[in-house]
Design a protein around this ligand. Structure first.
Ligand code: DC
Length: 218
């Protein structure tokens, strides 16, 4: 049977990660955080002392990515975030990560009957035939505020203005790149979470998915 695939796209700190994990648990699906692949590429390049903008080197790292790279404790730092959005604009990096993501969607691990993939281009490029496409977004201010509080909770001493500016330049890199820019698929359910808490987002998305799958079964 064809696996049930949920494509979940949106900018950083829009609430995709939490939502993807909750959807996967609710529907018994596997979950792939595709941003962690780009983060792992960016982090390994920094660790090896190379420039993330070096397309040839970045493409080789993407091709040889190892499961252990996804366990790096520095995957979520600001330096890795920046490096990941630089490598994500390199077409050969994206091409080298594409087959692996599609394979995950076609053959979800652990015998699961489907998968949730979250990222930027899941509904448009990786899984254009996904059963459900979601695009979760929020204003720059709301997202920067969330990231600021996350950093504070993690014991860092962030500067609010710097967090906002870094997020704005990451948005620009993700949205303006030529290959697979951040875009809602034409058939995506778009939800602005600026004023919504995580429970409300989850309830609205589940209601949408259930109504869509019900009408398909009818
Ligand atoms: O979702 P995230 O913040 O962990 O993603 C890290 C970077 O990877 C982000 O700058 C955009 C990029 N990315 C991408 O280009 N395509 C994806 N499917 C997922 C992430």
């Amino acid at each position: 049977m064809k696996p049930f695939v949920i494509a979940l796209d949106g900018p950083s700190a829009a609430g995709k990660g939490t939502l993807a994990r909750r959807l996967a648990a609710h529907y018994g699906l596997a979950h792939l955080d595709t941003g962690s692949l780009y983060r792992a590429v960016g982090r390994r390049i920094l660790r090896e002392g190379h420039d993330p903008a070096d397309a040839t080197y970045a493409a080789t790292v993407a091709q040889n990515l190892q499961p252990v790279d996804l366990q790096d404790p520095e995957l979520r730092t600001e330096a890795t975030s920046k490096a990941s959005s630089i490598v994500a604009a390199i077409p050969a990096v994206r091409a080298n990560l594409l087959a692996w993501q599609r394979e995950f969607a076609r053959h979800p691990p652990e015998g699961k009957h489907g998968a949730v993939l979250d990222g930027r281009d899941i509904g448009t490029v990786i899984c254009p035939d996904a059963d459900v496409k979601l695009f979760v977004t929020a204003s720059l201010e709301a997202r920067a505020g969330r990231r600021f509080r996350e950093l504070q909770a993690a014991g860092a001493n962030p500067i609010r203005r710097a967090v906002l500016e870094e997020m704005a330049s990451r948005d620009r890199r993700d949205s303006e790149r030529a290959t697979a820019p951040l875009l809602p698929a034409p058939d995506a359910f778009v939800l602005d979470t600026s004023e919504l808490d995580a429970d409300t987002v989850f309830d609205r998305v589940v209601a949408f998915i259930d109504s869509k799958t019900r009408s398909r079964r009818a």
